[in-house]
Design a protein around this ligand. Structure first.
Ligand code: ZN
Length: 66
């Protein structure tokens, strides 16, 4: 389960948030979801689902089995 977060102008200063799935810069609304105890940022709910169903099983095994 995740939630939308509205990025404030002062949020993390001038740094940019990138989607953890597609790497796209997220200008304002960030979908945050906790995956394996880590808070991840996504540009959309679709990217969050893709991360969990595709990216994580494919590339996240090392981190998950640590
Ligand atoms: Zn994305």
């Amino acid at each position: 389960m995740g939630e939308w977060k509205e990025k404030e102008p002062s949020y993390l200063g001038a740094s940019f948030v990138h989607c953890d799935t597609c790497g796209k810069m997220i200008p304002r609304r960030i979908w945050t979801e906790t995956v394996n105890g880590e808070e991840k940022s996504f540009c959309s709910v679709q990217c969050a689902e893709l991360y969990v169903t595709y990216w994580l099983p494919k590339y996240g095994k090392a981190a998950a089995s640590r």
